[in-house]
Design a protein around this ligand. Structure first.
Ligand code: KG4
Ligand code: ZN
Length: 353
């Protein structure tokens, strides 16, 4: 039996520090994730300098943990893959500097990965005991919805990638986080709103569905956030003395807001698939963990005869395994980065393989 090819995946673009070991680009041997959300929560969002410093202190212990979990040593690694952007520059620097040091010391190839290519590749990974990993079905449409991005891509069979549309203002995850903050629910907002909404009536507060009827595949979520704030003001629920009244309406408010986001995401994704003749839809990014989005998109896709796939929740949010998978695919196609690899807060993305 031939030995597996082992990729180390490093992710430090935002507030998760993660190291993963992935075999042959698709089998997860270890995926260690340390989320800093508890530390950032009291500031209501990610504090970039704090994130960088936590990556710096946590990186080496987490790397050791990932290697131990995979049952390998540093010398067994065949490839070092690291997120080079988009993300917070100081946070990215920690991962990229460590990746370069490892590549140099071990004399192993290095590949800088686009964070969104990583999110897409989360769909092609198998966890332990879950083999084989699903092979990509192409052409496909990918909806990447995270804290920083809301983008629709056409994944082409030759590895090319065409951007079809995206948000003109806030990202979907950013809208969840900002609305959660207005509702006094803390950071990050997505998981809390998801949980509250499960008990609410999505029709009790009919918030606007921005850009639903225009022809583009673009999105806009900042007006929705304003609509929620306006509703709170109109009802007097921003008054701390009326917190109990607001609390009683939180499930309905969460459900109404969430449904407004989901309706637009679902409609535009189906439209994108029709437009490019895709039979397959991939969901990716932190917001892809949202249960309403998964359910409604599954129903809409089934009605159109489209296949829908999404990663398990732990692979939807930031993790090193998805970076290893995307890095391995790029390496297979001949990509190599030198030790002059730099971080890039907004790198181009024109290929996904
Ligand atoms: O992909 P990710 O971990 O980091 C970025 O690359 O941005 O995504 C984080 C985002 C946050 O905005 C968070 O609120 C959102 O994903 N999120 C969710 C859910 N879980 C995480 N949004 C809606 N529903 C969820 N269940
Ligand atoms: Zn992400």
């Amino acid at each position: 039996m031939t030995r597996s090819h082992l990729t180390l995946g490093i992710e430090t673009s935002c507030d998760e520090t993660s190291f993963a070991v992935v075999a042959d680009g698709r089998r997860i041997l270890a995926n260690v994730i340390l989320s800093q959300t508890r530390e950032h929560r009291r500031y209501g969002g990610v504090v970039p300098e704090l994130a960088s410093r936590r990556h710096l202190t946590n990186a080496v212990p987490l790397l050791h943990e990932a290697l131990a979990e995979a049952g390998i040593g540093l010398d067994d690694l065949d490839l070092i893959a690291v997120t080079r952007g988009p993300g917070l520059v100081g946070a990215l620097l920690v991962g990229v500097a460590l990746a370069k040091a490892l590549a140099w010391a071990l004399d192993k190839p290095l590949v800088g990965v686009h964070h969104l290519a990583g999110h897409i590749h989360a769909n092609f990974l198998a966890g332990p005991g879950e083999e084989p990993a699903p092979a990509p079905r192409l052409p496909a449409v990918a909806l990447v919805v995270s804290g920083g991005h809301t983008d629709l891509f056409h994944l082409q069979a030759d590895g090319g990638l065409e951007w079809l549309g995206g948000t003109r203002d806030d990202a979907a995850g950013e809208a969840f986080d900002k609305v959660a903050r207005e509702l006094g629910l803390g950071y990050p907002g997505g998981p809390v709103i998801d949980r509250l909404a499960a008990r609410g009536d999505p029709q009790a507060f009919p918030f606007p569905r921005a850009m639903l009827d225009d022809d583009s595949l673009d999105f806009s979520f900042s007006g929705l956030k304003t609509a929620v704030i306006y509703e709170l003001e109109r009802r007097g629920w921003r008054d701390p003395d009326r917190r109990a009244e607001l609390e009683a309406h939180l499930p309905d408010l969460a459900a109404g807001f969430q449904q407004a986001v989901v309706d637009v995401l679902v409609a535009k994704t189906v439209r994108a698939a029709r437009q490019v003749g895709a039979r397959q839809v991939y969901l990716a990014g932190g917001v892809a963990a949202n249960r309403r989005l998964r359910r409604d998109l599954a129903a809409a896709a089934a009605a159109e005869g489209l296949e829908l796939a999404y990663p398990p929740p732990v692979l939807c949010t930031d993790n090193g395994a998805m970076i290893a998978a995307a890095g391995y695919a790029a390496w297979r196609r001949g990509r190599r980065d030198g030790l002059d690899l730099d971080v890039d807060p907004d790198p181009p993305l024109d290929a996904w393989l």
